[in-house]
Design a protein around this ligand. Structure first.
Ligand code: DAH
Length: 346
């Protein structure tokens, strides 16, 4: 083939050169432009061309070489740009931050209660939510027909599917049931805090729910007195609601404590002056308490002549309302992030 035709054919080839990676590109450079390359070979041939054609063919040949170099450089730049792009991709970088959830206000308050009592030697104890009559009522000195059983509006678990009849199995209506579990499995001294969920058959409203949370406290040892109970509760109230908080104990009745009391704290909203929250009294009730009834100790196998104890029980929702002024109980279980996010910084 005449030199001119070869140049034109190669021109067609180099104009459409393509390579899918840097190695293929290098192979093309070698094929056309290296010392033994096809275009270099044409320059050798060119030396034999008659003088009168040298000018035209020389130009064409230079154009061809230029074209080949341009095309190869162009492809090289493309690969280098791609390489730079992937160098920028830092696979060790952490991904976009995951939106973090917030801690539930009831958990925050429960943990705070646990923390306060753990500083005076209380450890955590837990018991089952699905309980039996014995641990929830019987061993806690509730008489068989005691109205408190009704008052608590207990959820009973049906034994046979579809047959509605009260059975021995129930959802615990208070965490006092954990007292009987602990006292039958441990020997005094006992100092436990029992947080947990409880169930009552109540219509759901802003002020009542069919489940809520309590924290029970129990201390059994030799010579435990009502004064010890009062001191522990005063310490708790000051830690939880501030050093200026005052407490008052009013006589009350619970089957499992004797004597029994209800405890009020000075209203932390008005500082005791009287407001709509405390209904003008300056006091708000936060818990029930008392000395463990000797019958309860005996039912759990603890000698009531040697040991005495105190117990108390409080509602976590109630304490949370006082701390964070949540007016509607239903908010606690609706999982509305607009409510929950408000506790982000707590
Ligand atoms: N169990 C009681 C309730 O559900 C609260 C309570 C009162 C617990 C007095 C106690 C106590 O331990 O001594 O409402």
């Amino acid at each position: 083939m005449a030199l001119k035709d070869t140049i034109q054919e190669l021109m067609g080839q180099v104009q459409t050169l393509s390579a899918s990676n840097a190695e293929e590109l290098e192979a093309l450079r070698i094929k056309y432009l290296s010392k033994k390359g096809e275009i270099t070979a044409l320059f050798n041939e060119f030396r034999l061309v008659p003088n009168d054609q040298k000018r035209e063919l020389g130009q064409l040949l230079n154009q061809l070489r230029q074209e080949a170099e341009n095309r190869i450089n162009e492809l090289r730049e493309q690969f280098e740009a791609k390489q730079a792009e992937s160098d920028r991709l830092d696979l060790t970088r952490t991904p976009d931050p995951i939106a973090l959830g917030t801690r539930h206000p009831l958990s925050l308050v429960r943990e705070e209660i646990e923390d306060i009592f753990s500083r005076i030697g209380f450890t955590i104890a837990q018991g089952p939510e699905v309980e039996d009559d014995k641990h929830v009522y019987g061993m806690l000195n509730f008489a068989p027909e005691h109205p408190a059983r009704d008052m608590q509006d207990t959820f009973f678990v049906e034994k046979e599917m579809g047959v509605q009849k009260p059975t021995d199995v129930l959802l615990r209506s208070h965490t006092s049931s954990v007292q009987t579990r602990v006292m039958t499995s441990q020997k005094p001294p006992i100092r436990v805090l029992c947080p947990g969920r409880v169930y009552r058959n109540e219509a759901i409203s802003a002020r009542a729910h069919c489940f809520f949370h309590q924290v029970e406290g129990l201390y059994v040892d030799k010579n435990v007195s009502f004064a010890d109970l009062r001191e522990a509760l005063l310490y708790f109230s000051k830690e939880m609601f501030g050093a200026d908080t005052k407490i008052r104990l009013r006589p009350s009745y619970f089957p499992f404590t004797e004597p029994s009391a209800e405890m009020d704290i000075s209203c932390n909203i008005c500082g005791g002056k009287g407001c709509s929250f405390c209904k003008g009294t300056g006091w708000v009730e936060i818990l029930g308490c008392g000395m463990v009834d000797p019958n309860v100790l005996e039912a759990c196998g603890i000698d009531s002549k040697v040991y005495s104890g105190y117990a108390f029980g409080m509602g976590v929702e109630r304490i949370t309302n006082l701390k964070y002024r949540v007016k509607d109980l239903r908010l606690f279980s609706e999982n509305d992030v607009r409510f929950l996010r408000q506790f982000e910084s707590c």
